[in-house]
Design a protein around this ligand. Structure first.
Ligand code: SAH
Length: 465
């Protein structure tokens, strides 16, 4: 190990920053966040530093650097663009045994500054030992996505219960078990979603209940998995998928998204193929209830958004009736995902001022829709589940007054590496489906905006995840 990672307590300690530019001001800002008493040494300072100095937040020595000015400092950072001055600072600090960092000159440093993820009081620091600050920043960016913003709040809640929990458990191993369960379970989830009072109450209840040996209550997370590209998941969806005990998923959820589920989570396929539901809806609803009653964290993973043609409402209705706690995580719906990846803006000032999402699902061979409301000028129509009924859809739109030359697009498996976009008009669409053997899941977009596709397409499926 080239450097020993430590966390310094700099509260009210004198620190010196040499240099008055932008880089210096960033370092000053960090030191201020750690509560240090900062003095800037520079004949001239930039705007940000000037403001802090005028506000009295930061001290200022408006002279060229002189070594004795470091006397008594707890820490020194040199951030000038003059190499000679930087070296002078480094030498002066070393002579006085003061830790010194010189920005971008590792050979002059006795300590280096890590990239940090700040979830105070939780801080994650990343260092590559000076080898590559860019790599450190990339790692930090990955960690940012993995560590929910609520970790800081969670740490504060834990701190406020620490003594109580300590008293309750005689053995440290039981105590550890208790905290592991709290930090990975429903109580932590409540904190992440901003429900801190509920979390505190649940933690107290949990603590009161431990001696009685009551099993913990599970929870169901109804999660939108987006249209296919795993990069389109929300941070929250990913986070819940990575800590689930069991995931109940639909056919629409792409393999690339399924790949992100925690390795040892149980996976249950709930089907949802046309006319071939692997598990009837009623049974899915009750399966979720049963799993949660077993104390499990259940992710109910759906394609797109759970509240858009996802029957999410029905599933949580049963949960609500049975008193099972649940949360809903939105996802990017197929219309938004397919439109973006096909290069078809659903609204556009020159083409369409409104967009409607409708189901094209056939019941008894007919599509029972309010066609008059659909056939409006300057309106884009997006049909979900419309492939099977494409012929009826095109015929009815024409019958209710839409020009047969109105443009339409088919987007098959949008946002994935198998995406296909085919365009035509209301007359040609059914035969395109036939000839090109278009398969579900496919979205149908009808309206003048389809014209833009030729100019605005950008996505290369073969290069996708
Ligand atoms: N809840 C989902 C929709 C479920 S209905 C959502 O918000 O996206 C299923 C229909 O969605 C499919 O028949 C198809 O029309 C559409 N669909 C879902 N994912 C799609 C994709 N990746 N590409 C094209 N269409 C998709």
């Amino acid at each position: 190990m080239k450097f020993l990672p430590v966390f310094l307590d700099l509260k009210n300690r004198p620190c010196a920053v040499i240099g008055g530019g932008e880089v210096a001001s960033r370092k000053v800002s960090l030191l201020l966040e750690a509560g240090a008493k900062v003095t800037v040494h520079a004949p001239a300072v930039g705007e940000t530093l000037r403001r802090w100095i005028d506000d009295g937040k930061v001290g200022h020595v408006a002279r060229e650097f002189s070594p004795p000015s470091l006397d008594g400092c707890a820490l020194v950072i040199a951030a000038t663009d003059d190499k000679a001055v930087n070296r002078q600072v480094s030498d002066a600090a070393r002579e006085r045994n003061i830790p010194v960092n010189v920005v971008d000159q590792p050979d002059l440093c006795t300590f280096i500054m890590p990239s940090i993820v700040d979830r105070s009081p939780v801080i994650v620091a990343v260092s590559t030992g000076g080898a590559s600050p860019v790599l450190a920043r990339l790692i930090r960016a990955r960690l940012e996505t993995l560590i929910p913003a609520g970790y800081g709040r969670l740490a504060r809640l834990v701190a406020s219960f620490r003594d109580k929990v300590k008293q309750r458990f005689a053995h440290s191993s039981r105590r550890r078990q208790f905290w592991e369960e709290v930090l990975q379970g429903r109580i932590a989830e409540l904190v992440y979603s901003g429900q801190e009072q509920a979390a505190e109450k649940a933690l107290q209840q949990r603590l009161d209940a431990v001696d009685g040996g009551q099993p913990p209550v599970g929870e169901v997370y109804l999660v939108g998995g987006g249209p296919g590209d795993p990069d389109l998941l929300t941070f929250r969806a990913l986070h819940l998928m990575q800590q689930a005990d069991v995931v109940v998923y639909d056919r629409l959820v792409s393999p690339a998204v399924l790949n992100l589920i925690r390795r040892d989570a149980e996976r249950i396929y709930a089907g949802k193929e046309r006319d071939n539901h692997a598990i009837p809806q009623e049974d899915i609803n009750h399966l979720l209830v049963r799993l949660a009653r077993e104390g499990k964290r259940v992710v109910r993973l759906k394609g797109g958004d759970p509240f858009i043609f996802g029957r999410g409402g029905e599933e949580i209705d049963t949960l609500a009736a049975e008193g099972i706690p649940f949360q809903v995580v939105p996802g990017i719906t197929a219309a938004a995902g397919c439109a973006a990846y096909a290069g078809i803006p659903l609204t556009h000032r020159d083409y369409a001022q409104s967009v409607v999402f409708v189901t094209g699902h056939l019941q008894d061979g007919t599509v029972n829709l309010n066609w008059k409301a659909l056939v409006q000028p300057r309106q884009t129509i997006v049909f979900y589940m419309g492939l099977h009924g494409v012929e009826t859809i095109c015929r009815e739109l024409i019958r209710h007054g839409m020009p047969p030359t109105t443009l339409a697009a088919l987007v098959q498996q949008g946002t994935t590496r198998n995406q296909r976009v085919l365009t035509g008009d209301l007359q040609t669409l059914p035969s395109i489906v036939d000839k090109a053997q278009v398969k579900p899941p496919t979205l149908i977009i009808v309206g003048d905006v389809v014209e833009l596709q030729g100019r605005l397409k950008w996505f290369e499926p073969s290069a996708a995840n």
